[in-house]
Design a binder for this molecule. Structure first.
Ligand code: ROI
Length: 161
């Protein structure tokens, strides 16, 4: 079994509700336990001209293999009305495998750790609510070090609903 962190994001169709539904769907995955969900954070889109995003991180313990989990996450995205019109377009739900135990995965469909983890405050700060501060990435850096290099700028933590 592995501890897995999932980045969740939405900027369409009531984003906070999308993330709550996604968490329920994660809790129903086979061979998987939902261990926790972070608070919700709002921030501007990294690309101009899109609505603001709401992001959170979920922690799972799962026996699923990485690509099995990826398929399951894509099924949840599709079930919540995700339309893949343009690569970086607005979306009702985005579920990314951020960390999968301490594995390094480099497959055409899946790169873990997630490429942009270290520069994305909207992933690092919710992750820090769930993960130990001494969590270490494959390159040796700890979560504390990543946070220190990524200021809490432009993020707004939403009050718990
Ligand atoms: N911007 C924010 N704030 N949150 C996201 O999840 C997000 N996802 C994206 C792009 C369009 C890059 N911008 C984002 O895919």
């Amino acid at each position: 079994m592995e501890r897995i962190y999932i980045g969740m994001g939405s900027n369409l169709a009531d984003p906070a509700e999308q993330l709550r539904s996604a968490a329920l769907a994660l809790a129903r995955l086979p061979q998987t336990e939902l261990v926790g969900v972070s608070g919700f954070y709002q921030s501007d889109s990294l690309l101009p001209g899109q609505p603001r995003y709401t992001n959170a991180v979920a922690a799972l313990d799962s026996h699923l293999a990485p690509l099995e989990l990826l398929d399951a996450l894509q099924a949840i995205e599709n079930g919540q009305g995700r339309q893949r019109l343009e690569r970086w377009g607005p979306r009702t739900l985005d579920l990314d495998i951020v960390l999968f135990g301490d594995r390094l995965i480099d497959e055409p469909r899946l790169k873990v750790p997630h490429y942009h983890l270290q520069e994305r405050a909207f992933v690092l700060y919710p992750l820090a609510e769930l993960a130990p501060a001494d969590l270490r990435l494959a390159d040796g850096r700890t979560l504390t070090e990543l946070l220190a290099a990524c200021p809490f700028v432009g993020l707004e933590r939403l009050p718990a609903a």
